[in-house]
Design a protein around this ligand. Structure first.
Ligand code: CAA
Length: 382
């Protein structure tokens, strides 16, 4: 058993840490306050290989392994969670599915543009009435005689929707078949028939743009179908398995930032004539924060390692995401509590970590869905 990282992994961690500290952290408060999309920083991340970490170099990526992805995500998330949300959608939700199921031409066209940071990608599964119950989608794609599809319907909560050039879309092609009647498509947002709806005013990750999207007789050509017809649900589930490793990493990054801010504060802040870190009630919190942080990191690295080995990792990714997201929420909560009034103020970043942590328990499968995935895997029961 080996707990160290190899040279490549340490190198990408170092690159991500440098960009996070020099470019992202200094403007994190501004981006949170204004909700402005950090396009310039996203381009820098892309130019440094961080928008397609696991994408082979022949498609414009960094050609690295899932552990490298985890390490880079943690660094970016620790500086600003919103940046890491954009990064995770490009890396995991957009590139991963096309790499696994796309044709050579699709990889060259769509993956390259996103992995190099020239364009932004998105992933459209959720609808206003269908979140956790993904097969209940209503967005409809009807096959035409020439093999093309005409798409009509709405998708909601689309991360990077307001700025995305390309979107991986899931639509119902045969409603009678349920989950086997869903097909994945590649959408160009510049094309007629695509529209954007309301943007979401969010509690946290405010600089990651989120909106509704609409399809009105949008035409998908046969070479824009991703994978086989009817295979869309399995593609979505596979992509989300990998995506959950990214969200677990994001949660670890947020939690680490909250933890480090707390360690600095308990040494400096005095009460009753002593640093508050000398009080046993604070020490108990610190110990529990550290245990949860390391447990989250180890579960996340295990899931990434399994993925890198080509082994099954669905339940392990769910365990990592569940543990890391609930720990991040708990750690950020304790960080606010230990900071007292200062923790409730926008003058300190812990208030932002608290708001940002919450989304990790919701998107890419709620904590309830992660528990369902884990329990089904353990019992074999449905
Ligand atoms: N990989 C491959 N195939 C899978 C799979 C996986 N991980 N999980 C299920 N499948 C297959 C099953 O084997 C089954 O195949 P067959 O038809 O051949 O038997 C099929 O998919 C249907 O599976 P289920 O019967 O298990 O489906 P279900 O309706 O019970 O749903 C679920 C399962 C786990 C609840 C699933 O719907 C789910 O994960 N829901 C949550 C959706 C989610 O995570 N949404 C997040 C939105 S994206 C987002 O958040 C992006 C963002 O903004 C950043």
């Amino acid at each position: 058993m080996e707990f160290g990282f190899n040279e490549e992994q340490l190198m990408i961690q170092d690159v991500a840490r440098r960009i996070a500290r020099e470019k992202i952290a200094p403007s994190a408060e501004y981006h949170d306050r204004t909700g402005e999309f950090p396009l310039e920083n996203i381009r820098v991340l892309g130019e440094n290989g961080l928008m397609g970490i696991e994408v082979p170099t022949e498609y414009g990526g960094a050609g690295m392994d899932p552990v490298s992805y985890v390490l880079a995500m943690i660094e970016v998330a620790a500086a600003d969670a919103a940046h890491s949300t954009i990064m995770s959608v490009n890396n995991s939700l957009f590139c991963n599915g096309i790499l696994t199921h796309g044709t050579e031409a699709q990889k060259q066209k769509y993956v390259r543009a996103i992995a190099e940071g020239a364009e932004i990608g998105a992933f459209a599964l959720t609808e206003p009435q269908s979140g956790s119950d993904a097969t209940a989608m209503r967005c409809r794609a009807v096959k035409q005689a020439d093999g093309s599809f005409v798409v009509n319907g709405k998708k909601s909560w689309i991360t990077s929707g307001p700025v995305a050039k390309y979107i991986v879309l899931f639509a119902m092609t045969d409603p009678d078949k349920g989950s086997r009647g869903i097909t994945a498509f590649l959408v160009d947002t510049a094309r007629e028939g695509f529209g954007r709806g309301k943007t979401e005013p969010k509690l946290g990750i405010r600089a990651s743009a989120t909106c509704e999207i609409e399809f009105n007789d949008y035409v998908v050509q046969p070479d824009e179908v991703l994978g086989q017809e009817g295979e869309g649900f399995k593609i979505a589930m596979g992509v989300l398995d990998a995506g959950r490793i990214g969200i677990a990493s994001q949660a670890v990054g947020i939690a680490r930032a909250a933890y480090e801010a707390t360690i600095a504060y308990v040494k400096e802040r005095k009460a009753f004539g002593a640093p508050i870190g000398t009080f046993q009630m604070t020490q108990a919190k610190i110990a529990d924060m550290k245990c949860k942080l390391d447990a989250s990191l180890l579960l996340t690295l295990r899931a990434a390692w399994l993925k890198g080995q080509g082994r099954k990792f669905s339940a392990e990714a769910a365990m990592a995401k569940l543990t890391a997201s609930e720990s991040a929420m708990w750690i950020a909560h304790q960080a606010v509590q230990i900071h007292g009034g200062m923790g409730y103020s926008k003058e300190m970043p812990v208030e932002r970590y608290f708001r940002d942590a919450k989304i990790t328990e919701i998107y890419e499968g709620t904590s309830e869905i992660q528990r369902l995935v884990i329990a089904r895997s353990e019992t074999g029961l449905r």
